[in-house]
Design a protein around this ligand. Structure first.
Ligand code: FA5
Length: 351
């Protein structure tokens, strides 16, 4: 046999073996294929057997090629066998093909976002004191966000609420829609709809057009509180918020109320707790003051009650508004509010 002829034979055998292997679609046909190429009288076996009659040079050449082809065919046979078995077990619905006793793949477990966690925790404290949870729109009318809260147009207090206005014009050419700058519009909305006694907390997103830094975001959460009834006093406000602070920050908390101004309350206060990091002696967390401010509050302004149709001669109320992210920052030692919306799993996985 000439060197070229032997090589051509091996090459031709390889091509036909591979195409027949592709076509073999059952284990029986696979066995037939194996016998016809690699069985005792198989075509490849014949070539290997004929090596003895070849010249040493030809034997080296053809033998090398035939052995490489043999290894390749054996490997391809194994792969084809696996593929046929997989296809058969899928098609037959064979119970043995799927071992139900094997443990499943572990699914990565998600967790609640830290804002969701703290909001739920705060709400449950107030719910346990008889407050009901209500929610309202984030795209709000100027009327609820400002006017009904005793902040008329051109009132300087509007400067404190850097507003994102919605590009919508009414028939007078005014733009009366905005992204609410706080959750306080819910005071007006709820009082307009519901007669006292009222005890609600209202969580939700608020938006302000401001530069972000470690303690300011342009989108943040607030929780509003409102209690209106006959004879509600400032002592009720202090008692409720004191209990809230102890339940969230620990039994030994001290609270401090100082005068502050919000047009929708009179008197208005800000509430601080003694710094739980330094115990009141002054540290970085409390900027050396020993106190940490956590919310604005006050007695609902009579004008706000009247604007919503509540008789201010009969009823009084208190209101408060806090930022849950800031509270979570204090509680969990988070030093930058921007982490809440950064979608960084290293941060989120800690909660
Ligand atoms: C108000 O928004 C008042 N509506 C709160 C209020 C309600 C007072 C009822 C009296 C009666 P202020 O702007 O201070 O107030 O915001 C309240 C809280 O929201 C702040 O203490 C802070 O925790 C949070 N907050 C305000 N601005 C931002 C901001 N840019 N990023 C993150 N949190 C903020």
């Amino acid at each position: 046999m000439a060197e070229g002829t032997g090589a051509a034979q091996v090459e031709e055998l390889m091509a036909s073996a591979m195409s027949e292997l592709e076509a073999a679609d059952s284990l029986d046909r696979l066995e037939e294929w194996r016998v016809s190429y690699m069985g005792r009288r198989g075509r490849l076996t014949q070539i290997l057997r004929s090596l003895g009659g070849m010249s040493p040079e030809e034997r080296r050449f053809v033998g090398g090629a035939a052995n490489r082809v043999k290894a390749l065919l054996e490997e391809s046979l194994g792969q084809r066998e696996q593929a046929i078995k997989r296809a058969q077990s899928r098609g037959s619905g064979d119970q043995d093909a799927f071992d139900v006793t094997l443990p499943g793949w572990p699914m990565p477990q998600g967790g609640l976002h830290p804002t969701t966690r703290i909001v739920r925790e705060i709400l449950s404290v107030f719910q346990s004191m008889g407050f009901q949870v209500v929610e309202g729109p984030e795209v709000e009318w100027e009327r609820y966000n400002f006017e009904m809260l005793n902040i008329p147009k051109d009132h300087p207090a509007r400067d404190a609420f850097n507003t994102l206005w919605v590009d919508y014009e009414d028939e007078n050419g005014d733009k009366p829609m905005l992204l609410r700058t706080h959750t306080s519009p819910m005071q007006a909305r709820y009082m307009e709809q519901t007669k006292p006694p009222i005890r609600i907390v209202s969580p939700g997103n608020s938006y302000r057009y401001e530069a972000t830094d470690a303690t300011h975001e342009w989108q943040f959460t607030q929780i509003e509180g409102l209690a209106v009834d006959r004879g509600v006093t400032f002592a009720n406000l202090k008692g409720t918020l004191f209990e809230f602070a102890r339940r969230i920050f620990g039994e030994d908390r001290q609270v401090r109320f100082r005068c502050d101004f919000f047009p929708f309350v009179e008197p208005g206060v800000d509430m601080s707790i003694d710094c739980f990091s330094c115990g009141g002696s002054g540290c970085r967390l409390c900027s050396g003051t020993g106190w940490i401010e956590i919310m604005g509050a006050g007695m609902v302004h009579p004008k706000v009650l009247e604007a919503a149709g509540v008789d201010s001669y009969i009823y009084t109320g208190f209101a408060f508004g806090m930022g849950p992210e800031r509270i979570a920052m204090l509680k969990y030692g988070i030093d930058d509010i921007r982490l809440f919306h950064a979608n960084d799993l290293r941060f989120l996985k800690q909660f």
